[in-house]
Design a protein around this ligand. Structure first.
Ligand code: HXC
Length: 283
């Protein structure tokens, strides 16, 4: 589906691109011909990531030590990317913060900190990016990384759930408003894709992983490559009519509340089928 030229007309900013899923997406985009800008708070991490991208053959990479919470610094960065790499036309809002805590214990500052990174950070980047493209009469697209719990909420991640729900609303709002400027706005909701950053904060005990994986219908975690492929499709010229869409990529995990789903765990499939046939009228 993809070739080395798929993203050759793209200059892409991946926020939080110094590690984890952000770096995995940036790597895939670079392999498919894009110019890559990454930003984050930690210069050393970004430097290492940029070196890694270059080692893997990326021809045009730049990094910017910028906190997405800083509106003015984000604006300067957008202008600099346009100067350094040229023709910025894709923004991936990936930078995030999260931790596990009982909601009654979350301090106001902790709540603000996550909302500032996730929601305000996405606003800061999207507005500067949008204004840049509108002023240059340039087409482009935004891809927001949300979560499957934007729609359901989730215990113990209150600030993240609230902030990501806001990003989901922002996606649809901007998709409608900015279609007139040929700026598409979409999101991806990843389920379980382990990264050092997320799992060190969100998986309390490795022993709980077995139970967790049992609840994923696909029976496994997602591979970074799978997410990167979906992100590539969403930002590429293969999807010019898709806007305001949120694609879940979670091995079916979000559907676990289905009323009779528990039966899948009651025994091997042939045993279940035998049991179902015994329940047929007349048996
Ligand atoms: C309770 C916590 C906390 C924790 C921090 N705080 N960690 N409260 N439990 N584990 C509180 C602090 O006490 C402080 O409140 C406030 O949050 C701000 O903390 P700081 O460290 O000063 O803030 P800051 O440097 O801005 O750090 C932000 C951070 C940090 C989010 C708290 O963890 C961070 O930088 N994380 C970035 C990377 C990350 O989180 N990656 C995971 C993303 S995964 P007080 O009141 O004491 O001042 C993700 C995917 C979701 O989002 C989907 C998964 C399936």
């Amino acid at each position: 589906m993809f070739t080395k030229q798929t993203l050759q007309e793209k200059t892409i900013l991946v926020t939080g691109g110094g590690s984890g899923l952000g770096l995995s997406m940036a790597t895939k985009f670079a392999e498919l011909g894009a110019k890559i800008a990454i930003c984050g708070r930690t210069k050393d991490k970004l430097e290492r990531a940029a070196d890694e991208l270059k080692m893997k053959g990326a021809a045009n990479v730049a990094f910017y030590s910028v906190d997405v919470r800083d509106f003015d610094a984000v604006g300067d960065m957008m202008q600099n990317i346009d100067k350094d790499l040229g023709n910025l036309n894709v923004l991936v809002n990936n930078a995030a913060g999260n931790f596990l805590a009982a909601s009654e214990d979350v301090s106001p500052n902790a709540f603000k900190s996550i909302v500032d990174i996730v929601l305000t950070g996405t606003f800061n980047c999207s507005q500067h990016f949008g204004n840049l493209l509108i002023s240059k009469k340039r087409e482009g697209s935004i891809l927001n990384i949300v979560t499957t719990y934007t729609q359901t909420g989730s215990a113990f991640v209150l600030p993240s759930a609230c902030a990501k729900a806001g990003v989901y609303a922002m996606t649809n709002t901007l998709a409608y408003e900015w279609a007139t400027y040929n700026i598409r706005v979409n999101s991806i909701a990843p389920g379980p894709f382990p990264t050092e950053g997320a799992w060190s904060r969100l998986m309390p005990d490795p022993k709980m992983e077995k139970e967790y994986i049992r609840q994923i219908p696909a029976g496994r975690y997602g591979e970074h490559e799978e997410l990167a492929n979906l992100a590539t499709f969403m930002i590429s010229d293969l999807a010019p009519y898709i806007t305001g869409e949120c694609v879940n990529i979670d091995g079916g995990e979000r559907l676990k509340s289905g009323q009779f789903n528990f039966i899948t765990q009651a025994g091997p499939r042939p045993v279940l089928k035998q049991f179902f046939s015994m329940m047929k009228p007349g048996k």
